[in-house]
Design a binder for this molecule. Structure first.
Ligand code: 5RP
Length: 220
């Protein structure tokens, strides 16, 4: 699987042009794209700036000498490179199982092109399973109740030792909400966005037109 992630990551990194300002997503597949960008900076003198979507991405970028900037300085990005947890045939996605979907969505929204890099296991016929939802801690319990009202079953994400809630880079709680089925991801994204206390869901349904999907293969 890592070979597939590497192929996808490297192909995305090869789409970056000199002078681009790019969004840097979060996760293991994006790390391969960063690895190839680092190579291109050293080998070709590629000149880019990156906006990281998490502390993890920022930390790795600093380690790799990839220059960083912010959305304040660059509200419009040439492209963003990011992974996904599930992608359906219509390019609707679930993201955020790494807990970074709020900043990832801000960066995707700011980008002219959204390059999504996945291995084949992420391509599904229909989105299913838990939808990550970032929630203001103040409203955690009411949000859990409202999720039940709309047919979901929410569970507060905890650390590996179950030693309390996972806190996002933005100081919020992540609720993983399972629905029996997701017949309309776009409608569900809008419904979740209307619940006070939900900061952002991991459903990505609005960037289809500017999405370029790269699926890495195990063998290449
Ligand atoms: C983090 C994300 C990641 O892009 C998603 O979880 C995929 O990660 P990986 O490339 O490690 O499989 O949305 O919030």
């Amino acid at each position: 699987m890592d070979r597939a992630k590497q192929e996808a990551g490297y192909r995305a990194a090869d789409c970056v042009r000199d002078g681009d300002v790019i969004g840097i997503g979060t996760g293991s597949t994006v790390l391969y794209a960063m690895e190839r960008i680092q190579e291109r900076i050293v080998e070709e003198g590629l000149n880019i700036l990156g906006v990281p979507t998490s502390h993890q991405a920022a930390y790795r970028a600093v380690e790799m000498d990839i220059p960083l900037t912010t959305l304040d300085a660059h509200p419009r990005l040439n492209l963003a490179i990011d992974g996904a947890d599930q992608v359906d045939p219509g390019l609707m996605m679930i993201k955020g199982r790494g807990g970074a979907h709020l900043r990832e969505k801000c960066v995707a929204d700011a980008a002219d092109t959204f390059i999504v890099i996945v291995d084949e296991s992420k391509c599904v016929q229909a989105l299913s399973g838990a939808v990550p939802v970032e929630v203001l801690p103040f409203a955690c319990m009411p949000v859990l109740r409202r999720l039940t009202d709309i047919g979901g079953k929410g569970e507060i994400r905890t650390g590996s030792g179950k030693d309390g809630p996972v806190i996002s880079d933005n100081g919020n709680i992540i609720i993983d909400c399972t629905f029996r089925e997701i017949p309309s991801p776009a409608k569900l994204e809008r419904t979740l966005a209307c619940i006070p206390g939900i900061v952002e869901s991991g459903l990505f349904t609005r960037y289809i037109k500017k999405t370029k999907l790269i699926v890495g293969k195990k063998e290449y």
